[in-house]
Design a protein around this ligand. Sequence first.
Ligand code: SF4
Length: 221
Amino acid sequence: MSRRDEILAEMGLAPIWRLREKEGVSQEVVSTEKNEKTNDWIQLKQAVPACTACGLHKGRTQTVFGVGDENADWLLVGEAPGAEEDRLGEPFVGQAGKLLDNMLAAIGLKRGANVYIANVLKCRPPGNRNPEPEEVAKCTPHLLRQIELIRPKLIVAMGRFAAQTLLKTDATIASLRGRLHSYAGVPLIVTYHPAYLLRNLPDKSKAWADLVFAKKTMTTL
Ligand code: SF4
C-alpha cells in the first residue's frame, strides 16, 4: 500500500478520485473516459447558468461557475460571489483575488495551473448577505459534481462559511485550522478567506501557516 493510500485509509476515506492513473487500461478506454468527462463538463457548464433551483437566480447578473485547471490536484472553495464576481463571472477577483494569487504564488502555485477555484454558491446573495441553508442545499450538488469531475487531491476551504458548510459544523475557523478534515471523500484543510485577511492583517501569518500545512500535506497524497 502506498503512503498516500495509508493516509487515506487512516482517515477512513474511500476517495471518489481514487486511481487517477489506471494501469493496464487500453488507450481506447482512456479516450472514451476522456470524451465522457468532456461531455460531463459541458453538461455541467450548461446546467449551472440555467439553474433556478433557489431564489438567488432572480438577482444574479450571471452564475459564477468556477475557474482553473479541470484536472487540478488543488481545489480552493470559497463562499459565494460578491458584486465584482457577479459582474465578471469569475470567482476571487478584485483585491481579495490579488491576495489569493499572491498566497498561491508563495507556495509555488498559480491560478489555473493545477489549481481550480470555486464557491459553494454559484449565484450572488443580495447585498452580500450570508447564504441561507436552503440555498446551500440546492447549490451543493453543483459543487459535488465539480469535485467528481476534477478529482482533486486536496480541498482548501477558505473562510468560515465554506468551512462550516462543507464540514457541516458551526465550529470556529480557529478550531478547524491545522487539522486534516474530509469532504466528499477528499482531504480538506481550512484557512481564512482572503477578503477577511484584507481586514485582519495580523491573521495573514496564520493563513501562511495553513498554506504551508496544505503544501506539506499535498506531498503525502
Ligand atoms: Fe442554482 Fe446555486 Fe444559483 Fe441557487 S445559487 S440558483 S442553486 S446555481
